[in-house]
Design a protein around this ligand. Structure first.
Ligand code: TYD
Ligand code: MG
Length: 462
């Protein structure tokens, strides 16, 4: 018998090291390196050993396609995040913290697709068939023709699928429970997860069935995380949510067949996930309009405008090094806005603690939020509330100039729809609508904005 080949593999990122170490050099996580038997090769294919090459077929780029290339669930928020439906023959990974609602989302999607005439197979490696049925009943999905399989061995799953008529969609819940005869390490390790996922991706390409893989994000690195298979699949989506909030966001981070900055917004209820068609209303729901330090940012998430409230608290600090705490935004970006306020606007914050929060637990990645953040900070420092019917957007450069950002018209339209009457925005925004209900206050530089906020020259209308 061949001697087992042992390797040390990081369970978070999949990096291989020569010996055990406490910290992974590649991703910086601690205690994630585990010794694995990789005799089957990391993700070793079915034909190991020497094999003589045999010719494959060369095909033209334009060719016949039998059916609609995408399967559409009819759950708009889900379809938008996948780029307009799941592409046939593709593999899609949905990652997220345990308990965030991945199984719930996919059971609802499976039911919707099945009602639309697609055949769906739901493979559960975590729950018994009875448990999955119980959940389906609660989600009002039990009357559909979704087929269930409680199986964790990849070869058995593929053999079962080969015996039935080819399904349109196969859901694997979850990749961490998969194990293959081809790999010799324990289930949940990088080698097992990669081997299993590779076999399923190959099945998707060969059969034309779409495959959705569920992956738990793991904090302690004891089992392999979804990151170790991100490169193997066609699309990667993360299902996110904040503790204490009921809404969930399905965010696309990779998509070979669509845009990557789309989000789908859901709310978890006692009968499953409910679509949130207008996220701005949700995020602005509990607004206190009279409080200083709050500014509404007109943001964009993919093709969709989303309005969120940015809250700042600036308070004198008792500490030698004042505190800077950020929830929902970039810490370095806040440091930059603070530096520009200090250097170009004469706003002294060196003796103040600064707290910044994006309301509702939403996370912003756009630099366009700079202007709203600056307005919130100055408002909190001066103790004067900003007008409640005003939205802000614009990027601030290190020189203090306010730069135009894309989709100005769309941002304003959304703000108008939600009852806002004025906006502070970069001058020379390209695609501004000529007519509109919203009064634009164009600012060229950050000192310009600070002057207007401090002097209260942004009038409250209505
Ligand atoms: P689940 O889909 O099992 O999470 P995951 O597959 O990502 O681990 O969701 C589990 C949570 O969702 C659980 O805490 C209960 C909650 N939940 C509801 O609030 N309402 C529902 O209708 C369902 C099915 C679950
Ligand atoms: Mg689950």
């Amino acid at each position: 018998m061949a001697k087992p080949k042992l390797s040390f593999i990081c369970q978070n990122c999949g990096a291989v090291t020569a010996r055990w170490q406490g910290k992974c050099d590649s991703c910086g996580e601690w205690n994630t390196i585990v010794e694995e038997n990789t005799s089957g090769g990391i993700g070793g294919g079915p034909q190991r050993g020497r094999r003589k090459g045999s010719p494959s077929a060369l095909l033209p780029l334009s060719g016949e396609m039998e059916e609609a290339p995408r399967i559409v669930s009819g759950i708009d928020e889900f379809d938008r995040a996948t780029g307009g439906g799941i592409v046939r023959g593709s593999a899609l990974l949905i990652g997220g913290d345990p308990g965030i609602g991945k199984s719930t989302l996919l059971m609802q999607a499976a039911a919707a697709l099945s009602r639309g005439g697609n055949s769906v197979v739901y493979v559960s490696g975590e729950e018994a068939v009875a448990q999955v049925r119980l959940r389906a009943q609660r989600l009002k999905a039990a009357d559909t023709s979704v087929q269930l399989m409680a199986e964790t061995n990849v070869e058995d799953i593929l053999a079962t699928l080969a015996e039935t008529r080819r399904p349109d969609l196969v859901i694997i819940d979850s990749i961490q429970t998969l194990w293959s005869d081809m790999a010799e390490s324990a289930p949940g390790t990088v080698t097992q997860v990669r081997t299993g996922v590779q076999a399923l991706v190959r099945y998707a390409k060969a059969s034309g069935a779409a495959v959705i893989l569920v992956g738990h994000v793991t904090k302690d690195g004891q089992i392999a995380g979804p990151r170790v298979v991100e490169h193997m699949v066609d699309a990667v989506l993360y299902f996110e949510g904040e503790g204490g909030h009921h809404y969930r966001i399905l965010r696309t981070v990779k998509n070979r067949f669509g845009p990557t900055d789309e989000i789908g917004v859901f709310e978890m209820s006692d009968i499953g996930l409910r679509e949130v068609r207008n996220p701005s209303e949700l995020f602005l729901g509990e607004r206190n309009e009279k409080a200083p330090g709050a500014a509404v940012f007109a943001g964009m998430e993919g093709t969709r405008p989303v309005l969120v409230e940015i809250q700042a608290l600036v308070a004198p600090s008792a500490l030698g090094t004042p505190r800077r705490a950020v929830v929902g935004w970039d810490q370095p970006r806040l440091a930059m806005v603070l530096a520009v306020l200090e250097a170009h606007c004469g706003v002294r914050l060196g003796q103040h603690d600064v707290y910044l929060n994006v309301a509702g637990g939403f996370r912003i990645s756009e630099p366009a939020a700079d202007l709203a953040v600056a307005a919130a900070l100055v408002s909190s420092l001066s103790g004067a509330a900003l007008p409640s019917d005003c939205v802000y957007f614009g990027e601030v450069s290190l020189s203090g100039a306010v730069r135009p950002v894309a989709h100005a018209a769309q941002r304003l339209k959304e703000a108008e729809k939600l009852g806002f009457r004025q906006s502070v925005l970069p001058s020379a925004s390209a695609d501004l609508p000529r007519s509109g209900e919203i009064v634009p206050h164009e600012v060229e530089t950050l000192p310009d904005l600070v002057g207007r906020v401090a002097s209260g020259s942004l009038p409250s209308i209505g």
